[in-house]
Design a protein around this ligand. Structure first.
Ligand code: GLY
Length: 366
């Protein structure tokens, strides 16, 4: 097995990446303020089976940690699950100097960060992301949240973890849909900030990638360089929202429907295609680049079904997206591959046209 070990320093916390991060993790726990902390680990049924055993086997300090299990799936990133987690922490005696480890994908990192940061006004937490999506995106940047009613991430706060430990070995336990979902965010990083990275990603066959550590590292460097300019997402961090306006709306509607639910990255692929169309129409993304992006995305990802989705429902959700002022629908668009621009307003008609564009690529109408 190849061995990579890298550390990225963000403004407030370190991110360790390696095929074997346990040595680093042991040393961190033994030498940090968490030396004597009582530790709680949040898992779901998948990470309990596939990831927890190797962590427990290799990290001395967590052998006696309390395990709190929740159900996997975006539909469980809810107030109800948050209440359950707070109740368990209270019952099992968590207090201000306890430590929470979030062992899971985007749901566990987002929600675990939220419940840690609100329980007793905040107890420290460490993310140990286990999906590709969480390794390149959700576990870093300090955005924590739960979903509320039908909208994603409505209740939450900015609160950094104390550290992030990334073990790319965990990816071998994932179903292929989860790998594609994370790869969508990697593609987004290239489209918004790094044309050379895009060139490198284009020929890759996702299911043939056996060593993810280089891509994870590069994507985190891009995300971190953007987050540090604007940690609270008032300005330049919005570049990371490319594909996420329409993507979030499509994802929320698919969750509401409750069957054939799209994963986050799958919805972001739909969003990136629609928003590349908007980029062409509104800010002059060259047609050759629009064609290249759509061709590559349609080649790499299957066409995702949004046939049961109504354009009006997408618009309605966009109006209530926390990224928007309800009267002006603002988007992050790309001027060219590798360069994103924020706050570009689009009309309802533009948006409908972009959805028709995606549907025409899938030979479907909605
Ligand atoms: N996932 C987008 C961000 O962290 O800002």
């Amino acid at each position: 097995m190849k061995y990579h070990q890298k550390v990225i320093k963000t403004t407030n916390y370190p991110i360790y990446i390696g095929d074997n991060i346990y040595k680093e993790f042991n040393s961190y726990l033994n030498h940090s303020k968490f030396k004597d902390s009582n530790i709680f680990i949040i898992v779901d049924e998948n990470t309990k089976t596939f990831c927890l055993p190797s962590l427990q086997e290799n990290v001395e300090k967590i052998k006696n940690a309390e395990i709190i299990q929740i159900k996997s799936g975006e539909e469980n990133k809810s107030l109800r699950t948050a209440e359950l987690l707070w109740a368990e922490l209270l019952k099992r005696g968590a207090y201000r100097s306890s430590l929470i480890l979030n062992l899971g994908g985007g749901v566990i990192c987002d929600m675990g960060g939220f419940i840690s940061s609100t329980f007793q006004r905040g107890i420290p937490y460490i993310n140990i992301p286990t999906t590709l999506l969480a390794q390149v995106d959700a576990s870093i940047g300090g955005k924590t949240a739960i979903d509320f009613y039908d909208a994603k991430n409505q209740i939450g706060l900015f609160s950094d973890p104390d550290a992030v430990f990334i073990n790319p070995d965990f990816l071998s336990t994932l179903p292929y849909r989860q790998i594609f979902s994370g790869f969508a965010e990697i593609i987004k990083h290239a489209l918004i900030k790094d044309a050379n990275y895009w060139k490198m990603l284009k020929p890759l066959k996702v299911l043939e990638i056996s060593d993810w550590s280089g891509l994870i590292f590069h994507s985190i460097v891009i995300k971190n360089s953007i987050v540090k300019l604007d940690p609270l997402d008032n300005n330049q961090r919005k570049r990371l929202n490319f594909g996420h306006n329409i993507g979030h709306a499509v994802e929320s509607l698919s969750l509401k429907k409750g069957k054939d639910t799209l994963l986050h990255g799958e919805a972001v692929v739909v969003g990136m295609i629609c928003e590349s169309f908007l980029s062409h129409k509104k800010i002059g993304l060259p047609s050759a680049e629009l064609n290249e992006i759509t061709q590559i995305l349609m080649e790499k990802f299957p066409p995702y079904s949004i046939v049961d989705t109504k354009k009006e429902d997408i618009l309605q959700l966009l109006r209530f997206d926390k990224k928007n002022n309800p009267r002006v629908l603002n988007f992050t668009l790309i001027k060219k591959i590798g360069k994103a621009l924020i706050n570009k307003s689009c009309s309802a008609e533009d948006i409908k046209e972009s959805i028709d564009f995606y549907c025409s690529l899938c030979n479907k109408n909605i």
